[in-house]
Ligand binder design. Structure first.
Ligand code: ZN
Length: 77
């Protein structure tokens, strides 16, 4: 994952994957992506390449997670 040091409050934070994808989408055609600091709300400029690198192994969140399959144990008699 990625750790960003806020330009304003100097605190380190790791933006959630969703926020990174949003920032990347909003940075289309720009030199910098902007990631909001969760502590003070400052928009920090981050290079899109860094963000892309950070989410390379994290696929975009899917609306329906197919993880529950087989989780329900049948107790029918
Ligand atoms: Zn901050």
């Amino acid at each position: 994952m990625i750790a960003i040091t806020c330009e304003k409050c100097r605190r380190r934070f790791t933006p959630p994957v969703e926020a990174i994808h949003l920032a990347l989408a909003a940075s289309q055609g720009k030199k910098h992506a902007q990631v909001l600091c969760p502590h003070c709300g400052k928009a920090n400029k981050v290079s899109p390449e860094r963000l892309r690198e950070a989410v390379r192994f994290s696929p975009p969140p899917t609306p329906a997670a197919p993880a529950a399959e087989g989780a329900s144990t049948e107790v029918g008699e």
